[in-house]
Design a protein around this ligand. Sequence first.
Ligand code: BGC
Length: 783
Amino acid sequence: MSRFGKTLMASAISLTMASCASARADTPQPVKASENAAAVAAETTVPVEKATPAWAHNDPKMNAFIDNLIGQMTLQEKIGQLTLLTSDWESTGPTMRDSYKQDIAAGRVGAIFNAYTAKYTRELQQAAIEGTRLKIPLLFGYDVIHGHRTIFPISLGEAASWDMAAVEKSARVSAEEASAEGIHWTFSPMVDVSRDPRWGRISEGAGEDVYLGSKVAVARVHGYQGKDLAATDTVLATTKHYAAYGAAQAGRDYNTVDISERTLRDVYLPPFKATVDAGVATIMTSFNEYDGIPASGSKYLLTDVLRDKWGFDGFVVTDYTSINEMVPHGYSKDLAQAGEQAINAGVDMDMQGAVFMENLAKSVEEGRVSQATVDRAVRRVLEMKYRLGLFDDPYRYSNEAREKATLYKPEFLEAARDVARKSMVLLKNENNALPLAASAKSIALIGPLGDSKTDMIGSWSAAGDRQTRPITVLQGLKERAPKGTTVAYAKGASYDFADAGKTDGFAEALALASKSDVIIAAMGERWDMTGEAASRTSLDLPGNQQALLEQLVATGKPVILLLMSGRPNTVGWADQHVAAILEAWYPGTMAGKAVADVLFGDYNPSGKLPVTFPRTVGQVPLYYDQKNTGRPIELGEPGAKYVSRYLNTPNTPLYRFGYGLSYTSFSYSPVTLSAPSMGPKGAITASATITNTGKRAGEEVVQLYVRDLVGSVTRPVQELKGFEKIMLKPGESRSVSFTLRPADLAFTRADMSHGWEPGEFQLWIAPSSGAKASTPVTFTVTD
Ligand code: BGC
C-alpha cells in the first residue's frame, strides 16, 4: 500500500478508535550477582564498547537555552513538540494537508515525516520559523532504510555480507543523500530479530541472530550518525521496533507476541541495547504487546529497561498510530487514556496518531499526566534539535546546491553495486556451473524478475526511484556479456498469486531455453511480498514460477536459479534439480551490474545467510541456536519414534544460518586454545588457520560458535560469538583468532540476573552454523 493509502487507513483507524469507548547442575557454587556486577549492568549477551556519544555530553549552554525556552512555552506549544505528522507525496511532488499547514503555523506540531527535498523542507521550516511565536524549528524524519535515492540491497541482504564496513558505508551514503534533501532523522535501523520467514518484515532486519544482528545494528547507527550530530551530513538514527516485534505469532504482522522474559532479554533486546550503547539518538516503539501490554504503553520497556537500566538519553517516538492502537488492543478505554498511558510509560513523541495533540492538555489539566512528565519529553526532543544545530540555523540541511551535488553521486552508485554483490549468497554450485563458462555463447534469461526495474529495489526504498534508475538483470548481463555471447529474455512465468496454474508464457520461454546454452531463471517474489503487512503462509515461489522452473530443468540445459526475494523461500526442489542457486535478495539500484559481476565471475561471492532456510514452512520457527530438548534426534537410532522429530521431514534446514559458497574453497585447521580455562577476569583466545584451497582469490566469513554445556537454565546448542571476513589468495593461509571473556558467555540465569556461569563449554571455528570444521574443543570457566 502506498504511504498515501496508509495515511488514509490510519485516519480510518483513529476514527474507529475515537468512537470506542540456581545453581547449575555441575557446579556446587552459583555465581553471586555481586561478583558479576559489570555483566549484570550490561544486561546483554552482546558486549559493545560503551562510548558516550558525542551528542550526549553535558552541555550547560544547551541546558540553559532549553530551560529558558521551556519556561516560555505554553502547554499547547509543548505538546506540539511531542507531535509528529506526515507529509504526503503526489505525482506532482510533496504536498501538505491544509489542516497540517495550520498546525505547523500554530506551533501544534514539532516534527514532520515523509517530507523531503531541500526546497520543500525549507518551505515547511519557514512556516514554523516565521509563523510561530517561539520560532522552534521542525524536525524532519523519514524512512531511509537501505539507501535514500541510491538504493542499496534490502537490509537482510546487507546483513548477508557479514561485512560491517559495507553495512556502515550504506548507512553513511544514505545519510549523505537524505541530509542533503533536508532530512534530519531516519527511522532506521530496524533491529528486530526474526525467526519466522512468514513475517514480511524479516526483509527489513538483520535476520535471526542476536550477535550478528547487534553488530549490524551498531554499524548502521555509526553510519547514520557519524561522529558528530551537528555535521550537516549526519542524521539521527532510530532503533526500532522496541520491542520483540519480530516475534509476532505465526508470522502474521501486528500479531500478538507471547514470549518469556528470558527470551525477550536474551534474544530480542540485545540489538537494542547495543545501539543504545553505541549512542543511538532515538528509539521507536513497536505495534505489538509484550506480556499483555502494548509496547507504546509499557513502562517496563520504556522506563524500567530503556531509561533506568540502560541509561538511554535520547527520545522515544511511537510507531505509526500505535498509541491509538492501544484501544483495539483492549488496553485503553479511549484515546485520552491511551495518551496518558503512553506518556506516563515513557513515550516522548506521538507519530501520526494526534493523540497527544487532541487529548494531552486535558490530561495534564486534570492531573493524570504531570507537567514534569511533559517537560521531560519536550526537553528530550528540543535537545536533539539543538544538537543538530537547528537553533543556530533551521535551514542548514535544506540546501539546494548541496542537494544537487550530492544525489546519485557516481561513487554512491559504485558503493551500492559493491555492497550488492557482497550481499549475494551462493547456495548451490554443482560442477562449478558458476561463474558462467566462456563456452556459454547463448544465455536465456527467463522469469518475472529478469527484466524488472520495480522489483530491484525491494520494499522500504522510500525515496528510491523504481521506474527509471534501477538496472535490470537483463541490462546488466547484456552489458557485461563477452563479445559473441548473446543474452535473450523471455518472462515466461508470473509471480502473482493469481497466476498459479496458468501457462501462457511457457511456450515462448521453453523455445528460447531450448536454443540456448544456459538458462538463468530470475525468479522469486514481487518486491512488496515482503516488508510491512506482507506475511505469507507459504514460502514457495509464488504464481506459476515453480511449474516453469520444472519444465526448464526438463530441457536438460543447465539451469541457474537467480533467487530474488526478501525472505527465505522453500526451494528444496530447485536444490535437488538445478545446477546453481544464487540468492540475490533485492540488490538495489545497481542490481543488474552486481548480478553480472557475480554470474560472470568478476566478483567471487562471499555472502553467508543471516537466516535459516527451512525445507518447508511446517518447520518454522527454525533457527540455528535452538535448544537440544530432552529427546534430541541424535540420541535415537535412525528412524526412532520417540525423539523430537517429524514423521515426514528431517529436522535439518535446507540451508543453515551462516552458510554460503564461494567460487574457491577453504579448509580449516583444528582449533587451538591459548589456555584450557579462564577465571572471572581471564580471557581465552581460540585460533584456527584457514587456507584457500582453490584456484581463485576469495573471501571467507570465519565463524566462532560456542556451546554452554550445562546451565542453571538450558542453553542453546550453539551460539555465534564472533566472526571475521578475510580475503585469501589461492594457496594462502591465515590464522584467525577470537578472544572470549566470561562476559561474552553471559545470559539470563535462573534467578533472572544477567551474567555468566562457571562450567564447561565447547567451541568451534567453522564456515557456517552446524558445520563443525574440526572437532570442537572444550574449555572451562572457573569462578
Ligand atoms: C512502520 C515503521 C515506519 C513508520 C513510518 C510504520 O508503519 O512500522 O517501521 O518507520 O511506519 O513510516
